[in-house]
Design a protein around this ligand. Structure first.
Ligand code: ZN
Length: 492
């Protein structure tokens, strides 16, 4: 592996067969945005790519949770041309194209993580950092121009970039980006839900999220053993699932999240959710066998020593450099895994299970599950409150109350501190105004999004006589957080 420096940008490369592949990475992504500016990094990427002429070689760009990258594959002179054009575009973005590109973004849709992992991250972190993964935000056409300028200035400079190449730097390579400091990164926001609990959301199948260090090889082996056991039971023995999938999410140096999820045959959601949890508890309480670990070590060796994964190794090394992470190369990982004992696998997994979030699809009615220590796994909720706070109360319109028993339970309270409501099942949602991250301004109503995974619909369809509530909200919430409903969203 070689290191160079071009125009202040670190270049990491290794010699691999095949055409030259280049990945220009910036250490920014969805997790650096806010609810109000959600999608701004993607918009910057689109604005930059919109300046390229038609190119007859593979090229692309994407925004993930923590990295924005521009990639191409071609002859050396094509790679030089592409990178120079991308850097020039980022230095002078065509801001006049913002409206068109916002429309393109809405058509493309986002989805930087699979829906199950995204929802789990939102339960863990709320509407900040990685928790933004499951949200659409105000809409691409509501991203303020200042947020675009600010994002470019803060993230898209030589101090926040790394180039990964699958061959030596080609002649004439330039990366003319604005200079910038190797910034000390702000720590990721703290999780809002740390203790194990189960949650329900509109997702295709059940999933589990565990906080851990991504470098911990005992935990890595544990995750692989669990996936294999679930594949054996849910797929091969019971025929309930097709796919078991695992995702690793980088949070910050030494901090990560691992998710494991299964797809489900219709009608079997509850059974598969229980199976997932029971297998997880079993791994936290009983050591895996030596044979299981040997199998996973062998699978890791096959993957890490395959010459076709050399480009992944370069990209991983580049990302670690970007985030100041210690890089473990393939040989080091395999050597560490060889030392891991069954007891260490169980211990690592048991520690992570303290933080387990179990997510199940809507339709799973009631789960009665125990934690590894035998205590009951509680259902997660939006609010610790069991009753609405004191303040002006609003109720559904009379006709709605007459027609539906459920509507008779629904209440809204808006007071000087914040907004709360009781839903049709009697559950309380809401938050103080200091936790509002966005307010969609509607005709005769306001939709409030909170810092947690929670919203308050101050909507005229749901509540009567909202005049005073709206006046209170408008006076309490900073104007910068308020926006009219997106014109790009499909209505209905
Ligand atoms: Zn809620």
């Amino acid at each position: 592996m070689h290191h160079d420096l071009v125009d202040g940008v670190p270049v990491i490369w290794t010699e691999t067969p095949g055409p030259l592949e280049a990945t220009l990475m910036f250490g920014c992504g969805l997790k650096d945005e806010t609810f109000r500016t959600l999608g701004v990094t993607h918009l910057v990427e689109h604005l930059a790519m919109s300046t390229l002429p038609r190119l007859h070689f593979d090229h692309n760009a994407s925004v993930s949770l923590s990295i924005t990258d521009f990639t191409c594959t071609g002859r050396p002179e094509q790679v030089v041309d592409f990178l120079a054009r991308v850097c020039a575009a980022l230095t002078a973005l065509p801001l006049e194209r913002i409206e068109q590109e916002a429309g393109v973004l809405a058509a493309e849709g986002s989805g930087v993580a699979d829906p199950v992992t995204a929802e789990l991250l939102s339960i863990r972190y709320g509407t900040q950092g990685l928790g933004l993964a499951s949200f659409n935000g105000p809409g691409a056409d509501r991203i303020p121009l200042d947020a675009v300028r600010e994002t470019v200035a803060r993230h898209f400079h030589a101090g926040n970039a790394v180039l990964a190449l699958t061959g030596p730097p080609p002649e004439g390579l330039r990366l003319p980006l604005p200079p910038g400091p190797r910034t000390a990164r702000a720590p990721h926001p703290a999780p809002r839900t740390t203790r194990s609990s189960w949650h329900r959301a509109d997702v295709p199948g059940p999933g589990l999220l565990l906080s851990c260090s991504l470098d911990d090889q005992a935990m890595l082996l544990a995750a692989h053993v669990l996936s294999q056991r679930l594949t054996d039971t849910a797929r091969h023995q019971l025929g309930l699932s097709y796919d078991v999938d695992g995702t690793a999410v980088f949070v910050g140096p030494g901090r990560g999240e691992r998710s494991i999820q299964l797809d489900v045959r219709e009608g079997q959601e509850q059974r598969v959710a229980e199976l997932l949890w029971h297998e997880a508890v079993r791994l936290a309480t009983e050591e895996p066998t030596e044979a299981e670990l040997a199998d996973e070590r062998e699978a890791a060796r096959e993957f890490l020593t395959d010459p076709r994964t050399a480009d992944l190794e370069v990209a991983e090394r580049a990302a670690d450099l970007l985030f100041g992470e210690t890089h473990l190369d393939g040989e080091t990982k395999l050597a560490l895994q060889a030392e891991v004992t069954p007891a260490q696998v169980r211990e690592a997994f048991a520690a992570a299970m303290e933080t387990a979030l179990l997510l199940v699809p809507c339709g799973v009615e009631r789960l009665t599950l125990g934690r590894p220590d035998g205590s009951a796994l509680p259902a997660g909720g939006c609010s610790e409150r069991t009753a609405l706070p004191v303040g002006s109360q609003y109720r559904p319109p009379l006709l709605a109350r007459a027609r539906s028993g459920a509507a008779r339970k629904v209440r809204l309270v808006v007071n000087a501190d914040g907004a709360w409501w009781q839903d049709e099942e009697g559950l309380i949602h809401g938050f103080p105004f200091t936790e509002v991250v966005g307010v969609e301004v509607q005709e005769g109503g306001r939709m409030l999004q909170g810092l947690g995974n929670c919203f308050v619909p101050v909507a005229s369809e749901l509540f009567a006589g909202l005049g005073r509530a709206i006046a209170t909200i408008d006076a309490a919430v900073p104007e910068a957080l308020c926006y009219p409903a997106s014109a790009l969203r499909a209505t209905g």
